[in-house]
Design a protein around this ligand. Structure first.
Ligand SMILES: Cc1cc2nc3c(=O)[nH]c(=O)nc-3n(C[C@H](O)[C@H](O)[C@H](O)COP(=O)(O)OP(=O)(O)OC[C@H]3O[C@@H](n4cnc5c(N)ncnc54)[C@H](O)[C@@H]3O)c2cc1C
Length: 385
């Protein structure tokens, strides 16, 4: 995204990626929020699944069927990466399959080491993902800021998505249909990869999905704790970090593709601006992502754990949500919007409390969320979209 925009604006842009288009471990789900902002994600010939049907289940509740009011696009990541690389190339970026083995800051720029030589650059945008090997740029990880995520690519088909919340797990299982296969996975905090894998395999067995024929994948999923957002290193002297390298992932849903594209777009906007000052661009970038989405994700991180692990009337909160979705149409609508990405965290409490207020069930829903979602900090309430 950044390379396409910068090259399109006439800047000399080199994109280095050691793998280029590859099947990055991922669900591949792209929300309405993403393709509404970036229509090229929808309007292309790249193979993708357009899904409008979902089943959401939780511990000891059968699944509730939810029609997605805006379809979810599901890509193979190899195909999505190729789509993005082709855009950058068409815009004039120089694409090189190279691993960056080191970066060294010079007085007015950078020297990048690759296996085949050195490259001098005025400015660096770090987009190296969650396993960023460049230690001094991008998020400084602590274990509490990540989730384990793993799954299987399974040769099978289905037309809907499944989301399953599990007892006492801060995380969830997904089954996403893609063109020609399923991406079925689990993400979670506080359990080992092996424990999560057992939970996933048990669930797939119960559903009759043959994971034994599938290919296992695993990766790190950034999921910053609330206190980590403030000190998060998203930029510095002549560098900016975008996407997972900057920890920019929704700490509740794990959505990261949108935030990678959006931060890449905002980084390029700062650099394209007529007033571009390489010494101050990092601060400007941080201010833009804060205003755009970072404060919302930070607020989400303040109640994500309670949402997964909290209890209400002796049941887990996800089980209550699934049960109340059946009885409370307004909650169902809120869930639809959360899935399409159009409901942010800063205005969630207000929306729930303003609209859900009539029946006994609605009163219970309201009471439950009152205990989970805090008031947004003063000042942010006004700016909430
Ligand atoms: C299991 C799993 C499921 C997920 N499902 C979803 C989902 O359904 N929807 C969603 O929105 N998000 C999902 N996410 C999150 C999403 O995958 C990431 O947020 C997103 O890929 C981030 O994009 P990125 O470009 O920042 O990083 P990446 O996609 O990780 O790309 C980083 C790139 O950097 C390259 N690289 C790294 N180091 C170097 C180096 N030294 N030199 C050269 N190149 C280098 C790599 O080759 C790679 O191509 C999921 C994540 C996981 C782990």
């Amino acid at each position: 995204m950044t390379a396409a925009n910068l090259a399109g604006a006439g800047l000399e842009t080199i994109l280095l990626d050691e793998k280029l288009a590859w099947e990055k471990p991922c669900g591949g789900g792209v929300t309405y929020k993403a393709y509404e902002k970036y229509p090229f994600l929808f309007e292309n010939q790249t193979e993708k699944k357009v899904v409008t049907d979902s089943y959401i289940g939780a511990h000891k509740t059968g699944p509730v069927r939810m029609n997605l009011n805006q379809p979810l696009l599901i890509f193979s990541r190899k195909a999505l990466n190729q789509l993005l690389l082709d855009r950058a190339e068409r815009a004039g970026a120089q694409i090189e399959q190279e691993r960056v083995t080191g970066i060294e800051q010079r007085e007015k720029g950078w020297r990048l080491e690759t296996r085949s030589g050195r490259i001098e650059a005025d400015y660096v945008v770090v987009a190296t993902g969650a396993r960023n090997p460049l230690r001094d740029v991008g998020t400084a990880w602590t274990p509490e800021d990540t989730m384990v995520a793993l799954g299987y690519y399974i040769p099978a088909t289905q037309e809907h998505i499944d989301i399953q919340f599990l007892d006492r797990l801060e995380g969830y299982i997904w089954v996403f249909p893609r063109a020609g296969h399923l991406s079925a996975g689990i993400c979670g905090r506080g359990e080992t990869a092996q424990q999560l894998r057992v939970r996933l395999e048990r669930y797939l067995d119960e559903k009759g999905i043959n994971w034994r024929q599938g290919q296992l994948y695993a990766h790190m999923l950034p999921s910053l704790a609330r206190r980590s957002w403030r000190g998060n290193r998203v930029s510095g002297h002549r560098w900016m970090a975008v996407g997972d390298a900057a920890g920019l992932v929704d700490p509740i849903t794990g959505e990261g593709i949108y935030y990678a594209l959006r931060s890449g777009d905002l980084a390029s906007q700062v650099m394209e601006a007529g007033s571009f000052d390489p010494e101050r661009a990092g601060e400007e970038y941080r201010a833009r992502i804060e205003e755009d989405f970072l404060l919302d994700l930070e607020f989400g991180a303040s109640f994500g754990q309670k949402l997964y692990l909290g209890r209400f009337l002796f049941k887990s909160i996800p089980s209550c949500i699934v049960a109340y979705m059946r009885r409370c149409p307004k909650l169902y609508e809120v869930m639809q919007d959360i899935f399409s990405g159009t409901q942010d965290y800063l205005t969630l409490r207000n929306r729930l409390f303003r609209n859900i207020n009539g029946t006994v069930n609605e009163a219970l829903v309201k009471f439950m969320f009152q205990r989970i979602i805090p008031e947004p900090p003063v000042g942010l309430r006004a700016t909430a979209r």
